[in-house]
Design a protein around this ligand. Structure first.
Ligand code: FE2
Ligand code: FE2
Length: 374
């Protein structure tokens, strides 16, 4: 057997964690890596940015909160957590309903790519930076994301698939985002990640009969990592009040709408997965949006009005348009191309309709830091 001696869960840096994954990459599969390589509106992307501008952030205005958060991350409460132990029940991949199996593998590959996307971006910031506060934070976050991605890949390997992370780093396309867009998008993806993981975890705590895979048992500590990452981005945003006021509020609204709409459409593509969890995807979306909105009030002066009469029906229209686009993409001929164009226009209109729902305004608290409360 060619098993590595050390596990990525015990790695103390992203580099070490990735080297361990690299060693296993010879067993990884092309189909999973191909899926992770896709760049569509709905698949996780890799990002690059102006690292010098990010390196220049001065955190002295939030120093006390910053040091407290960094100390917590340095104490590394989740070291060694992300590996299989006695709680890892045997998974019957062969006996799993084929539709569920397909959707669940798709979910794991997409989650692994998203975790790894964070790792790659954070690791690069750490490598390029000279600002001690910034490089230390990004090194700690890259460490966590490498563990998360590695753990999902462990789960995938049991199903005979896994993502070749080294290959992705080199070959996947990188999308450039200016730093302020990285802050909005990453802050939100960390907080919505927390809300997603904790909502599933609490639901399965109450309904353990729906826990069809052991990885869900790890979600509570997992989401605490994401919570801390979100806190770090909230503090980074706090260092420059311009980022959350004036015309930038329109950008915040754009990212809130885009992140929520993407989650809704992506989740509604996995009906068998949600049925197995015993979760209604509409309920789940509303629950996750409610939690994320409540959390994002710590730094954003607006939240999306998810109870507005236009919100839910328009999300459904967006979902339907996306299903039609995906179907048309799989077909050839002029009619299919026309259907693709019409539905792309429908999706764009639906997004504009969501974006123009009046936002809810509120005062941002003087102190930013929050503790996980769900
Ligand atoms: Fe993560
Ligand atoms: Fe994270």
């Amino acid at each position: 057997m060619n098993m590595p001696l050390k596990h990525s869960a015990d790695a103390t840096t992203a580099e070490e964690g990735l080297a361990i994954q690299e060693e296993q990459a010879k067993f990884d599969s092309k189909s999973a890596t191909d899926l992770a390589m896709q760049n569509t509106l709905l698949t996780p992307r890799f990002y690059t940015t102006d690292f010098d501008e990010m390196d220049a952030i001065d955190v002295s205005s939030v120093r006390d909160d910053w040091d407290e958060l960094i100390d917590e991350m340095v104490s590394d409460p989740n070291k060694g957590h992300f590996k299989k132990n006695a709680d890892w029940d045997q998974v019957d991949w062969e006996g799993m309903d084929p539709a569920l199996r397909k959707e669940f593998i798709d979910f794991l590959i997409s989650s692994c790519t998203a975790e790894f996307s964070g790792c790659v971006l954070y690791k690069e910031m750490k490598r390029r930076g000279t600002n001690k506060d910034i490089t230390q934070l990004f090194q700690l976050m890259a460490r966590d994301e490498a563990r998360h991605a590695g753990f999902i890949n462990d789960a995938l390997r049991e199903a005979g698939v896994a993502v070749n992370l080294g290959f992705l780093t080199q070959k996947k396309k990188y999308t450039y985002f200016r730093p302020k867009f990285i802050y909005y998008a990453t802050y939100l993806s960390e907080k919505i990640g927390y809300a997603r993981y904790i909502t599933i975890f609490r639901h399965l705590q109450a309904h353990p009969e729906h826990r069809f895979h052991p990885i869900f048992k790890w979600f509570e500590e997992w989401c605490n990592d994401e919570f801390r990452h979100g806190e770090a981005f909230a503090l980074l945003l706090k260092t420059d009040p311009k980022l959350t006021s004036g015309g930038n509020v329109l950008w915040i609204k754009f990212f809130l709408t885009a992140v929520y709409a993407t989650m809704f459409v992506r989740d509604h593509q996995r009906p068998a997965f949600h049925k197995a969890l015993g979760v209604d995807p509409d309920w789940y979306a509303h629950e996750v949006f409610t939690k994320t909105s409540e959390l994002s009030k710590q730094i954003f002066p607006i939240t999306i009005d998810i109870d507005h009469p236009r919100w839910q029906p328009t999300l459904r229209r967006l979902h339907k348009a996306n299903v039609a686009i995906a179907e048309a993409k799989g077909q050839s001929g002029l009619a299919a191309r026309l259907r693709q164009a019409t539905n792309s226009a429908r999706a764009a209109l639906a997004f504009v309709s969501l974006y123009t729902i009046p936002a809810k305004k509120h005062a941002v608290p003087a102190t930013t830091r929050l503790e996980p409360a769900y």
